[in-house]
Ligand binder design. Structure first.
Ligand code: NAD
Ligand code: UDP
Length: 309
């Protein structure tokens, strides 16, 4: 049994992680400022005497005695992280410094939720951990991409300089139940539009690609990484790659929807292709996703169908 702090614990991935780690018998502190997260995601855990909910913003110092820290706090949807870009980068930089300070003080192990965005608009495909990326430092995605890159730097420096026990998860696009209805990312947008028989908004020509991982697989990988001794970035994701246009067609098929596709302007700096090379995760964690994208979508569609009706 561990005392575990999960920042961003009321968010999409964080709430699944809280539930899993609590069910595994750990003591959980779920810390969140509810910027994009919601109490609804963790309401069923409140009242469990091993679960504590704290409203706090990680750009301010937080003190606790814990064994492990999962640092997930940060808006992940481009719509939300671009709404207040200064706050986004403060969360990744000042927030990560605060969490690393806490880890140092109480000798806790800390896992940083990094992202495939550290590769920017990648020149190599699929992306491997040794690739340094192709990131615009001054664009509208930079508050997120550069914030997350700086957080990785901080993790490695606290490790080298202060011997903090760190883990870095480079998370690729993840989806599943508990994504917010107003999240704005492609999976929830398309499913909601399809269920309402509204136009499916494909940005650009839809030839850009993404690879989608079901949330249960991601949670399993994050816990395996935390409890493994490998130090350094590890790609976590499902290598099943789709063009966004094909993904829209798949969702129309799975929802049996009458929606038509509507093409919209492509946002600035939208990466052209993205697919994780997960050889390192397979080798070190003995992990690969076990839920196909289609299976995961069926569960996610059911979730949204329930909350919309
Ligand atoms: P999310 O927006 O649902 O969750 C983020 C949570 O962090 C929310 O509950 C939010 O309220 C909280 N938060 C934001 N700023 C905070 C702050 N300053 N202090 C305290 N809490 C704060 O996003 P998610 O999809 O669950 O992502 C979780 C983490 O995983 C993020 O760090 C994200 O960058 C990373 N990630 C996610 C994906 C993905 O596809 N879901 C991909 C790559 C990386
Ligand atoms: N996208 C889209 N329609 C939407 C939302 C997103 O075509 O309603 C595209 C977006 O331009 C990007 C991809 O889907 O190419 C994934 O976008 P998302 O916001 O989910 O995450 P990203 O991987 O870009 O951070």
């Amino acid at each position: 049994m561990n005392r575990i702090l999960i920042t961003g614990g009321a968010g999409f991935i964080g709430s699944h992680l809280c539930e899993k780690l609590l069910n595994d018998g750990n003591d959980i502190i779920c810390l969140d400022n509810f910027y994009t997260g919601s109490k609804d995601n963790i309401r069923h855990l409140i009242g469990n005497n091993k679960f504590e909910l704290v409203r706090h913003d990680i750009i301010n110092e937080y003190l606790a005695e814990v064994d492990q820290i999962y640092n997930l706090a940060c808006p992940a949807s481009p719509v939300h992280y671009q709404f207040n870009p200064i706050k986004t980068i403060k969360t990744s930089v000042m927030g990560t410094i605060n969490m690393l300070g806490l880890a140092k003080r109480c000798k806790a192990r800390i896992l940083q939720a990094s992202t495939s965005e550290v590769y920017g608009d990648p020149n190599i495909h699929p992306q491997v951990e040794s690739y340094w990326g192709n990131v615009n430092p001054i664009g509208i995605r930079s508050c997120y991409d550069e914030g997350k890159r700086c957080a990785e730097t901080l993790m490695m420096d606290y490790h080298r300089q202060n011997n903090v026990d760190i883990r870095i998860a480079r998370i690729f696009n993840t989806f599943g139940p508990k994504m917010a209805v107003n999240d704005g990312r492609v999976v929830s947008n398309f499913i909601i539009q399809a269920l309402k028989n509204e136009p499916i908004t494909v940005y650009g020509d839809g030839n850009q690609t993404r690879s989608f991982c079901y949330v249960d697989d991601m949670v399993e990988a994050l816990i395996l990484l935390m409890n493994n001794n490998y130090i350094g970035p590890v790609n976590l994701g499902n290598p099943e790659e789709f063009t966004i246009l094909d993904f829209a067609k798949l969702i129309i098929k799975l929802t049996n929807s009458n929606s038509k596709i509507e093409f919209k302007n492509l946002p600035q700096d939208d990466p052209v292709q993205r697919e994780p090379d997960i050889s390192l995760a397979k080798e070190k964690l003995n992990w690969k996703p076990s839920t196909s994208v289609e299976e995961g979508l069926i569960k996610t569609i059911k979730y949204f169908d329930n909350i919309l009706s």
